[in-house]
Ligand binder design. Structure first.
Ligand code: S5P
Length: 265
């Protein structure tokens, strides 16, 4: 797969979405391909974590619906931290409904995700119309301020996201590459379009297998070198560690070394 060996500069120049370009810029400037899954119970804790590890990461991934103290004021505080330390905020909402419903979930309700998320995840399950319509019409600002990340494959045991599913969904994503900035997956889809970005979760250096609930883990090097990850997503392997800053530095170094090794090989 030639995309895996293309330089980040070159990949940046083929991006069709400003958020994807920005992410490549951040990776090169910070020498980091680390996304941290901040699955903590409160935004106060997420903000504290982000203030400490912000310089080492390029994306902070949250699940807005697990935060017991959610408010738009606190989200704005998190945005300030993201601006100061230069990372993107990914809302891992994994939309999976008809476009008319997803539009309301994305723009409305309590969370008003489109006002603050730089990246938003969605399952391709409902079909390509959802991807093109979730942002609203072509004049919607959020089309340029927020990039869609498609969940092509899941990291869990016996996931239904098989090869055919991932392949078909990747095709839709590529057609809509002005909206879809990247994908979540465990392998690199066969495409030579270098502009979109692979996010790989299920990365944990201290557990070779997984958790007791179906999650499967591999090391940062394996995720990048064998599975095609551009960005590694690390959750409990980091947030449960004694020294989150030191752990973030270890994941950053390992992830970045693997990425540069893959590109130069
Ligand atoms: O297939 C997937 C897709 C995602 S986005 N498997 C995943 O684990 N995730 C997310 O990555 C999951 O929702 C969680 O936020 C993170 C993994 O967390 P960890 O604690 O297992 O590293």
């Amino acid at each position: 797969n030639p995309r895996l060996h293309v330089s980040l500069e070159e990949r940046r120049s083929s991006c069709k979405h400003p958020i994807a370009s920005r992410l490549f810029d951040l990776m090169m400037a910070k020498k980091s391909n680390l996304c941290v899954a901040a699955d903590l119970p409160s935004l106060d804790e997420v903000i504290t974590l982000a203030e400490s590890i912000g310089p080492k990461i390029v994306v902070l991934k949250i699940h807005v619906d697990i935060l017991e103290d959610f408010s738009l004021t606190k989200i704005r505080q998190l945005k300030e931290v993201a601006r100061a330390h230069e990372f993107l905020i990914m809302e891992d909402r994994k939309f999976a409904d008809i476009a008319n419903t997803v539009q309301q979930q994305f723009h409305g309700g309590v969370y008003r995700i489109s006002e603050w998320a730089d990246l938003i995840t969605a399952h391709p399950l409902p079909g390509p119309e959802m991807i093109t319509h979730m942002f609203g019409d072509s004049s919607s600002d959020s089309r340029r301020t927020c990039g869609c990340v498609l969940i092509l494959e899941m990291s869990t045991k016996n996931a239904l996201t098989n090869e055919d599913y991932a392949k078909e969904a990747a095709k839709w994503g590529l057609i809509a590459s002005d909206i879809v900035t990247g994908f979540v997956g465990q392998s690199a889809p066969n495409s030579d379009f270098p502009g979109w970005i692979q996010f790989t979760p299920g990365v944990n250096s201290s557990s070779a297998s997984g958790d007791s609930k179906g999650q499967q883990y591999c090391s940062p090097a394996k995720a990048v070198l064998e599975r095609g990850a551009d960005i590694i997503i690390v959750g409990r392997g980091l947030i449960n560690s004694q020294d989150v800053v030191a752990t973030a530095e270890t994941y950053r170094t390992e992830g970045w070394a693997a990425l540069t090794q893959r590109i130069t090989n």
